[in-house]
Design a protein around this ligand. Structure first.
Ligand SMILES: C[S@@+](CC[C@H](N)C(=O)[O-])C[C@H]1O[C@@H](n2cnc3c(N)ncnc32)[C@H](O)[C@@H]1O
Length: 470
């Protein structure tokens, strides 16, 4: 592979005697990975039903390799059911090393298309709040879709410049992930286009952005909270030097050790002028040392000086500030009627009605007036002429047993793919004798979406924008 000369020279300086080994690994094939959505299925259950061969990623409890040359997991119905996310194995590391607990308020500052946000949301198990932000509105649309497919409802998906976001959320979050935009040197093997992009915008360009991002994020972190900073590049101007910059700007921050793995290499304090020795607690991932592409990650803790805190406090805070809860919307009859079929309790104190749309809001959101967002909370559905139409997002948060009207198809059944294409189905064999109305359509017990049955025929309600083409 042709690498830019300047890049090679830099890597020689960084890796010294390991340089040749590093260069040789460009001849090896890239790795393909998938990450199990533990919000929907346990890892052992997934291993049991996974229809193609997978091998564990040794440092990620829910990560697996698959052979991307022979199988296409994104074509399998389980992908549409949100049972897994396709992700390069090293890219699974940042979200796995940020210790998110159910009930936390979590920010993913540069979240699109959601590779890490979906894992952070799964770790919350429906409790607390995930704010998934990306400055790009087109990319944020894909982010929202991935979050919805994963069945994560306790969210705010925003599309805001981080400096502005900081005004809405001062010292608000328990955990923050910054998966920073970067020069992408670690991805050269996976994606050759990254080399061209690097020539246009290199480390110097990104390090300016990253310095701003980390300071803006620092202001949104509660004292006592944790921040994980990551990039997929090797240049220390985007890695150790960014961490050193934050430590200088805000001395309340300290570097924490990251749960180890034998393939991780320590961060390089010598790469940051006046950088502290503790930078060696940060982690570098080199592709010649382990089976994944290049990455960097640093875990930081913001000391709570008022509390006289000296050591890290892992306990999540459950004190919510302002909340949209407590306003108690009148529950529309149409929704009450529909909800008789759903076993999950409806939370009137969390409902918010905007126009025809009804949302279940997460607890503890501040006033968002003036913030650009794509979604707050879980869209339950829409009120339409005396009836309630449940949303695609709601279907994805349910389990097979949480709806009393369900059509469960085996993944071998050709109707699964036809459903995903948006076709009308004959379901006489499954729902013929039963009442008509809304049905949750599942594959092997995992929801895909809704359908409306009348006389054995299922009218397809799978979201048009999510349908398989062709
Ligand atoms: C490395 S990618 C994020 C990948 C994502 N975390 C994932 O795992 O799928 C960096 C993202 O940062 C966004 N970005 C670039 N500049 C930004 C800024 N100033 N503030 C917030 N996001 C920004 C880009 O649109 C891009 O989606």
């Amino acid at each position: 592979m042709n690498l830019p000369r300047a890049f090679e020279e830099k890597m020689k300086g960084l890796l010294k005697e390991e340089f040749q080994e590093y260069i040789d690994c460009y001849e090896e094939p890239r790795y393909y990975g998938l990450r199990v959505n533990t919000g929907k299925i346990t890892v052992p259950e997934f291993q049991k039903i996974c229809p193609f061969e997978i091998r564990p990623v040794p440092w990620i409890p829910n990560g697996f390799y698959y052979d991307g040359e022979t199988v296409s997991p994104a074509k399998h119905p389980y992908y549409y059911a949100g049972l897994f996310y396709l992700q390069e194995p090293s890219a699974m590391t940042p979200a796995s090393r940020l210790p998110v607990e159910p009930g936390d308020k979590v920010l993913d500052l540069c979240a699109a298309p959601g590779g890490k946000a979906t894992e952070l949301g799964a770790k919350l198990t429906g409790e607390g709040l995930l704010v998934a932000n990306d400055i790009s509105s087109s990319r944020a649309k894909g982010l929202l879709k991935n979050i919805e497919v994963f069945g994560i409802g306790n969210v705010l998906v925003s599309c805001e410049e981080p400096g502005k976001l900081a005004g809405f959320f001062p010292e608000y979050f328990d955990k923050i992930l910054i998966d920073a935009p970067c020069s992408g040197e670690g991805m050269f093997r996976k994606d050759k286009k990254m080399v061209r992009a690097w020539e246009e915008h290199g480390p110097e360009f990104f390090s300016n952005i990253q310095r701003n991002l980390i300071c803006q994020a620092a202001g949104m972190l509660k004292p006592g909270g944790m921040l994980l900073y990551s990039t997929c590049t090797f240049d220390s101007r985007e890695n150790e030097q960014i961490i050193a910059h934050l430590l200088k700007e805000d001395p309340r921050f300290e570097i924490l050790s990251i749960e180890p793995y034998e393939g991780f290499a320590p961060g390089m304090p010598e790469q940051a002028e006046e950088g502290p020795e503790e930078l060696s607690r940060t982690v570098r991932i080199f592709p010649h040392r382990m089976k994944g592409e290049g990455h960097y990650l640093a875990l930081l803790h913001k000391r709570d000086e008022k509390a006289g805190e000296e050591l890290i406090d892992h306990a999540p805070s459950h004190t919510f500030t302002k909340t949209s809860a407590g306003r108690k919307e009148r529950v529309p009859e149409e929704l009450t009627e529909f909800w008789k079929h759903i076993s999950r309790p409806l939370r009137p104190d969390r409902l918010e009605i905007r126009g025809d749309k009804i949302y279940e809001m997460p607890e503890g959101l501040p006033d968002l007036k003036g913030l650009r967002f794509l979604r707050t909370g879980l869209l339950l559905g829409e009120l339409k002429k005396n009836r309630f139409e449940p949303s695609q997002a709601l279907a994805m948060t349910l389990g097979k047993d949480s709806c009393d009207a369900c059509i469960d198809l085996s993944c071998e059944d050709e109707r699964v793919v036809r459903y995903l294409k948006g076709e009308t189905l004959d379901v006489e064999d499954l729902a013929g004798g039963q009442a008509g109305g809304w049905y949750l359509v599942c594959v092997d017990g995992f929801p895909l979406g809704w359908g409306k049955v009348s006389r054995g025929i299922l009218k397809n309600k799978y979201l048009p924008g999510w349908r398989i083409c062709g």
